[in-house]
Design a protein around this ligand. Structure first.
Ligand SMILES: [Zn+2]
Length: 239
């Protein structure tokens, strides 16, 4: 069982937002995961084989099987660790709990948490147009939304730190509520109740785009680690 990743995070950081991988190809590789839409049109949540797009108008719509995606990470979801949360826990607490549960930070794991949340802070990018600017610049305009009380699913991955730049090192979790009306890339939350399902994965297959833009891109940036941490885990107002 492998994680399949389509493109690399450093390509997004460099402003490569044109899709290169058909959604149906991504879904054939896994029924669970995350990604982003063509031209940064929304954060994607892939759950139970369905793709949902969370856009900057705060809405959620179904993904298009023919759309080309610039980035996605999926796995055939088959969790082996299950854990019922005993009480309320914040983002840092949940991350520590998962890390403790798996006990191997040098391996990938896929994470699903079905539960109840308070103060769920999600973000969605603003759709981009050519010429594209690098992601750290673009995400200063991201839309952020707090859901004070919500029931839904966290979907995402842990990647080992040595994979920073290929994947997002550490935790990368998206959210989708049960009524499929709100969601996005999570920046903060408190889990008040829920069940955790975790799948440790030792294998990853990375599919690189065959586009001229990817061939010409400079994917080595000395500030990559700091840039990725800023873009992926902090509110635009805190940067
Ligand atoms: Zn994300």
């Amino acid at each position: 069982m492998s994680i399949h990743q389509f493109s690399v995070i450093q390509a997004l950081m460099a402003g490569l937002y044109d899709g290169a991988f058909p959604t149906r190809e991504v879904l054939a590789a896994g029924d669970f995961g995350l990604g982003c839409g063509n031209a940064l049109n929304g954060e994607l949540v892939i759950v139970d084989g369905q793709v949902f797009r969370c856009t900057d108008d705060g809405a959620v719509s179904p993904g298009d099987p023919d759309e080309l995606l610039p980035f996605a990470e999926v796995v055939p979801f088959a969790p082996t660790l299950h854990h019922e949360l005993a009480g309320s826990v914040d983002r840092t607490g949940l991350e520590a709990l998962i890390t403790g549960l798996v006990g191997n930070p040098n391996q990938f794991y896929a994470i699903r948490l079905d539960g109840e949340f308070s103060d769920m802070l999600v973000r969605e990018p603003v759709r981009q147009h050519h010429p594209y600017r690098p992601l750290p610049e673009v995400m200063t305009t991201q839309r952020e939304m707090t859901l004070p009380s919500t029931t839904g699913t966290l979907v995402g991955f842990w990647a080992p730190h040595i994979f920073q730049g290929v994947s997002v090192a550490g935790y990368h979790l998206h959210y989708l509520n049960d009524s499929r009306t709100h969601g996005g890339h999570t920046l903060n939350y408190t889990v008040t109740a829920g069940t955790l399902h975790v799948q440790p994965v030792a294998d990853i297959e990375v599919h690189l785009p065959g586009t001229p833009e990817f061939a010409a891109a400079d994917l080595l940036s000395p500030s990559a680690d700091a840039d990725i941490r800023r873009v992926e885990s902090t509110s635009a107002s805190a940067r």
